[in-house]
Design a protein around this ligand. Structure first.
Ligand SMILES: NC(=O)c1ccc[n+]([C@@H]2O[C@H](COP(=O)([O-])OP(=O)(O)OC[C@H]3O[C@@H](n4cnc5c(N)ncnc54)[C@H](O)[C@@H]3O)[C@@H](O)[C@H]2O)c1
Length: 509
């Protein structure tokens, strides 16, 4: 796996950098360095004060003894990472992942997600331990000490105190309500989601300005911010490339460096777009540095660390509000509910396995942007149509586990195109940050089925059967969807799982 993506980064990228001297140029989300002539900026190092004043471009990560070689690139020794939303699906997985790599991890959560899921009468189908037990098990089983605080990040005083105390060098911000249907239930839910997400992020940005301006912010957005442009134009990585051009009325302008259009698909996605602008502005006004991560839909249940002990498992939701599509299909297959696709099932989206998402986050943490730099990455490893995914899950469930699986097309509760072009650019993580996906869709679906089919988990899925099918419509109606069609997929063994493979998709309709 590529380790040298960050070897030539310099002190400009390091959170230990402290710039000295007068800096008064402001530019739009661009790195401060672009506007400096060589030798104009001088810096000190918080970790190595003995260096005195020096030119920050003069030392690379490879040359600095504070940066040591690790599996995902040069790693800042004992780097302090604060995870907001550490009790969540991704937050808990990342805490253990980073802890195992030797990062110092702290986290905040107010257990919102546990309450939102309970509000619908649901639960994580993979049982999760209370936080105290999680922390104890992390120490006992993996030798990882995590510093945890329970509070709402909207409580800006508490957030500031914790940032002051922990002095993070990177902040991963997962602490938002991540559900599109939840934000579409009614006015109260829409307002709640937007307030929680947008104001939480805004408060964090002000706290970073005052207390941790050198830390990089890895802010979770979503591919859903872009929507699905029906013209088929490419979905760039948040910012137009230098050679993009706008032609109109016989004239031509460069679009290079401008934010690309956003077309969110729910009030939840609107909150993420609002965050995008708030983060972008903060980089511009205060030289904060951020990766805005347009993350695809995550699937999976497996990393080495969460699988190390039942108390270390991360949550896995399959209800209509909080379950993500592949995870839901697997649960439906296990309890004999036909896999539910909306409309024609031609919706095309970017996806990423849980373990690969952790690798991406590690690489982003290890390659901080420069002061003032707002950058965007499209974090996916593959693009699939929803009906292809249902067919893949159905085949693996049938071939490997002997499950009888049907697929059913329901009327679409959402307002979205269900057949559309989708040309997404996702180059920065693999080409600039060394990301190499390690998990195939088929392998991870197999792993999920293997876990979910265990009788104790299967019965937890059975117990929430009534909240799996969608009822929340974008129109505001709360009612089950009509079934348009049901069909079975002809078995075809899948390559790589001890199978023969081959053959065209041939659903028996
Ligand atoms: N899971 C995915 O497929 C996916 C895809 C794209 C983007 N994302 C984004 O990634 C992030 C994490 O997603 P996830 O699936 O782990 O969600 P999650 O709900 O499991 O995790 C979020 C955590 O943040 C906490 N939280 C929320 N608001 C808070 C607040 N005000 N104060 C303190 N804690 C708070 C919740 O309790 C929860 O534990 C979210 O921002 C989500 O929008 C997720």
């Amino acid at each position: 796996m590529s380790k040298d993506h960050n070897a030539q980064k310099t002190c400009w990228n390091c959170p230990a950098l402290e710039l000295r001297g007068h800096v008064d140029f402001r530019a739009c989300g661009q790195s401060m360095r672009k506007f400096m002539t060589e030798g104009q900026a001088m810096a000190e190092c918080k970790r190595r004060p003995e260096l005195g004043l020096f030119d920050p471009a003069s030392l690379t990560f490879e040359e600095c003894p504070e940066w040591e070689e690790g599996p995902y690139g040069y790693q800042l020794r004992d780097m302090r990472v604060l995870i907001l939303g550490i009790d969540g699906y991704l937050g808990w997985t990342l805490a253990l992942w980073l802890g195992s790599l030797g990062f110092r991890v702290a986290g905040v959560d107010n257990f919102n997600r546990r309450r939102w899921v309970a509000e619908e009468g649901s639960h994580s189908v993979v049982p999760i331990a209370p936080m105290e037990e999680r922390l104890r098990a992390a120490k006992e089983v993996l030798g990882i000490e995590i510093s945890f605080r329970e509070f709402d990040i909207l409580d800006n005083e508490k957030l500031r105190q914790f940032i002051q105390e922990f002095q993070p060098e990177a902040i991963v911000h997962y602490a938002e309500c991540p559900s599109a249907p939840y934000s579409m239930v009614d006015f109260q839910h829409a307002a709640y989601v937007q307030h929680n997400n947008v104001i939480g992020t805004l408060g964090l940005l002000f706290a970073m300005r005052d207390l941790a301006p050198e830390a990089s912010l890895i802010k979770l957005g979503t591919m859903g911010e872009y929507g699905t442009p029906l013209t088929g134009r490419p979905i760039f990585e948040g910012i137009f490339p230098a050679d993009a051009v706008l032609q109109w009325d016989g004239r031509e302008w460069s679009l290079g460096g401008e934010l690309t259009p956003r077309d969110p698909v729910s009030f939840y996605h609107v909150s993420k777009v609002q965050d995008t602008f708030n983060v972008y502005e903060s980089c511009k006004y205060w030289w904060l540095r951020s990766y805005d991560v347009m993350q695809g839909v995550i699937y999976g249940v497996h990393t080495e660390q969460v699988a190390a002990d039942p108390r270390l498992r991360t949550r896995f939701d399959v209800d209509e509000w909080f379950g993500t599509v592949i995870n839901r299909f697997v649960a439906q297959a296990v309890v004999g509910i036909p896999l539910t696709i909306y409309g024609s099932g031609g919706q095309t989206r970017g996806f990423l396995a849980l373990r690969d998402a952790m690798q991406c986050m590690t690489r982003l943490i290890l390659s901080p942007p420069e002061p003032g730099q707002y950058d965007v990455v499209n974090q996916i490893s593959g693009v699939y149509r929803v009906r292809e995914l249902a067919e893949t899950v159905a085949r693996i469930a049938a071939d490997e586990f002997g499950l009888e699986v049907e697929i059913q097309r329901l009327e679409n509760p959402r307002v979205e195109a269900d057949e559309h072009p989708y040309e997404v650019v996702y180059e920065k993580l693999p080409q600039q940050l060394g990301f190499e996906p390690q998990v195939t869709l088929e392998e991870e679906v197999y792993q999920m089925l293997k876990l979910l089919i265990q009788p104790s988990i299967r019965s937890r899925i059975e117990a929430i059967r009534q909240v799996i099918l969608p009822k929340t419509r974008w129109s505001g109606l709360h009612k089950e969807m009509d079934v348009i069609e049901r069909y079975k997929v002809r078995p075809r063994r899948v390559v790589g799982l001890g199978a023969e493979g081959g053959g065209e998709d041939d659903p028996e309709r």
